[in-house]
Ligand binder design. Structure first.
Ligand SMILES: *[C@@H]1O[C@H](CO)[C@@H](O)[C@H](O)[C@H]1NC(C)=O
Ligand SMILES: *[C@@H]1O[C@H](CO)[C@@H](O)[C@H](O)[C@H]1NC(C)=O
Length: 335
């Protein structure tokens, strides 16, 4: 295997040096090999067949590093290389190979970005201006199975506000917000800091739990451009109106209709927000306005990480031959 490794390595270099404008694979076929350099957070996952799962053809995904020299692109998840759990791949890199920076944490939880200036060729994240954009969730207009519009059961739920919180930190704006809100209304808290979550606490059981509530607190751990996580989409799936704390209202409106959520910034005080929620509970007709949009959409929540790999593969196939370097990673990601 070592022999093959070295052979391919130099073959790659030669092709690069001798014929700089020649992209051998471009002409015949669009097959793409993607090497998953690290499994995110060190958790090994079986790699998908992109054709079977997403009808994306021509993708070979591998986590075998011996494929380094042949890979058209590498997916490098930020956390492992930033903490030193894993090293960056060896240089010089094979000609025309693209290194993809993949990260789904917010800037506040993304350490040592500065080490990676000018290292990557493409970015992949929840930011809409990533080279490869795949958010935590998105709406699809008029699919075959739309969200259920407001029924009596949406409007007359017995419980008011739920919040599921796994990482409680007094320094988070969301905790300060919660302390204020609970002065005015009942908030049922679940997760490590509150009542226990249902046993199988995957997305499905959270959605069922939240489905008993009128409102859900979708409060992000930090406030950054486009950083809108599964918290929002779980609320939408559950038919609870999300009360959001994250980026600006304008930013949320890139992802869903204006009436589909209640933004903490819509009110001068937390008390005014609490009053509004209580008023909605007494007025199902007003509450309905926050839910009627549902009939026209379904929600898609991309599957971590298989959908990310397949989406990257399709992007690499489409941008074959194009080159580029991510120069201002830190400035961009924090903007
Ligand atoms: C929890 O929040 C703290 C404070 O912001 C942060 O340092 C830590 O990385 C977070 N943990 C997780 C698992 O996100
Ligand atoms: C990828 O980035 C590296 C490092 O900046 C650069 O040397 C290389 O030419 C880039 N490759 C492509 C295919 O864009």
């Amino acid at each position: 295997y070592m022999y093959i490794y070295i052979y391919n390595f130099f073959r790659g270099l030669l092709a690069c040096d001798l014929t700089p404008d020649h992209h051998p694979k471009k002409i015949e076929h669009s097959a793409v090999t993607i090497l998953i350099w690290t499994h995110p957070f060190g958790r090994f996952r079986k790699l998908p067949d992109c054709y079977v799962r997403y009808q994306i053809g021509g993708c070979t995904l591998t986590d075998d590093r011996r494929a380094y020299t042949q890979a058209d692109a590498l997916i490098i998840h930020h956390r492992e290389v930033a903490t030193g759990t894993d090293e960056l791949p060896p240089e010089p890199r094979p000609c025309a190979q693209k290194w993809i920076w993949m990260n789904y944490e917010s800037p506040a939880h993304t350490a040592r970005l500065g080490y990676f200036e000018g290292v990557f060729n493409l970015t992949m994240s929840y930011r809409t201006d990533s080279d490869i954009f795949l958010p935590y969730g998105y709406l699809i207009p008029r699919e075959r199975a739309p969200l259920r519009g407001p029924t009596r059961s949406h409007l007359l739920r017995p419980r008011l506000v739920a919040w599921v919180i796994s990482n409680w930190s007094e320094s988070h704006a969301r905790v300060a917000f919660y302390y204020q809100l609970r002065r005015y209304i009942q908030v049922d808290v679940f997760g490590r800091a509150g009542r226990p979550l249902p046993e199988d606490s995957g997305g499905g059981s959270v959605v069922r739990l939240v489905g008993r509530y009128l409102f859900y607190l979708a409060l992000e751990n930090s406030q950054h451009t486009d950083y809108i996580t599964e918290k929002l989409w779980n609320a939408v799936l559950a038919g609870a109106v999300p009360v959001v704390l994250g980026p600006s209202r304008q930013n949320y409106e890139r992802f869903l209709p204006p009436e589909a959520f209640i933004h903490v910034d819509d009110f001068p005080t937390v008390r005014a927000l609490a009053r509004y929620l209580l008023m909605l509970r007494r007025n199902p007709a007003r509450l309905r306005r926050h839910l009627t949009w549902r009939g026209g959409y379904s929600v898609h929540q991309p599957a971590f990480w298989v959908e990310h790999y397949c989406t990257a593969c399709r992007a690499v196939s489409r941008t074959r031959g194009r080159t580029g370097v991510v120069k201002d990673l830190t400035r961009w990601f924090h903007s």
